[in-house]
Design a protein. Structure first.
Length: 260
């Protein structure tokens, strides 16, 4: 398949997920806790099932890695990575800052990614070698003169293990910490790609949490890597930096490396 046809399929996947999610938003719906205590809803499952049906029909040789229903054709060189609702807690609280994440990996490396917010009708689309688009228009990160000017975002301090949390707070103290943003999950990365946030730092992410974000952020002029500055891929350990201005990367890594 060509990149154009892959992107067209990815957009159809996002459309299908959004159609499954919207009827549940701000309504009474069933939910339960998974083994890791994170919540899952009928909307999560319905959206992933809708995307899987489309992939089985249109890309039957490609692998699928989904948050809710696991892996199919795990040995395939091309793998679609699906997170139907990244930010289920926000979804359950009626906050439209969750998103559907769709990525295509080639040999374990992110080739394209979509962040879709189906309530606000906002969609970021990124692909290797192409500029990121936000609702069809170019998206661009913003310059950040110094780390002390940076607006830092993270889903929440409660998601860091103790040791990681110490490193995160050491970095946060060097940023514009009174403007720090909590909550947002994948939505923060879209905001970074559009130049509204400078830095997102998280730990404990899984492949379906970050694979789609890489092409979006990098195609908008930013950079994504792990806490050691290494590129993100299928075997990364879930420590993630997203930075709008790559010139600040050394400062961020140094800030994470030290704590009191």
């Amino acid at each position: 398949m060509s990149l154009e046809s892959d992107l067209a399929l990815a957009n159809r996947l996002a459309d299908a997920a959004g159609a499954a999610i919207r009827p549940f938003f701000r309504t009474a719906f069933a939910h339960e806790a998974k083994a890791d205590a994170s919540p899952v809803t009928d909307a999560d499952r319905g959206a992933e099932a809708a995307m899987r049906r489309l992939l089985e029909a249109e890309a039957p040789r490609d692998g699928i890695i989904g948050e809710e229903y696991g892996a199919e054709r795990a040995g395939a060189a091309r793998q679609w990575v699906l997170d139907p609702i990244d930010g289920t807690v926000s979804f359950m609280a009626g906050r439209p800052i969750f998103g559907t994440l769709i990525a295509l990996l080639q040999d374990g490396w992110p080739l394209l990614g979509i962040i879709d917010q189906p309530i606000a009708g906002e969609r970021w689309v990124g692909a290797t070698g192409r500029p990121t688009l936000f609702n069809g228009k170019l998206a661009a990160t913003r310059a950040c003169r110094t780390l002390s000017d940076a607006t830092l975002a993270t889903t929440g301090p409660q998601y860091f293990a103790d040791h990681d949390g110490e490193h995160f707070m050491a970095l946060a103290a060097q940023t514009a910490h009174k403007r720090m943003v909590f909550g947002g999950d994948c939505y923060n990365y879209g905001l970074l790609a559009s130049g509204h946030v400078d830095l997102v730092v998280e730990a404990g992410l899984k492949l379906h949490d970050f694979a789609a974000l890489v092409p979006v952020v990098e195609g908008a002029g930013g950079t994504m890597c792990d806490w050691n500055g290494e590129p993100l891929h299928a075997d990364s350990d879930g420590h993630v930096i997203a930075l709008g201005d790559p010139a600040r990367l050394e400062d961020v890594i140094e800030g994470l490396a030290c704590h009191h």
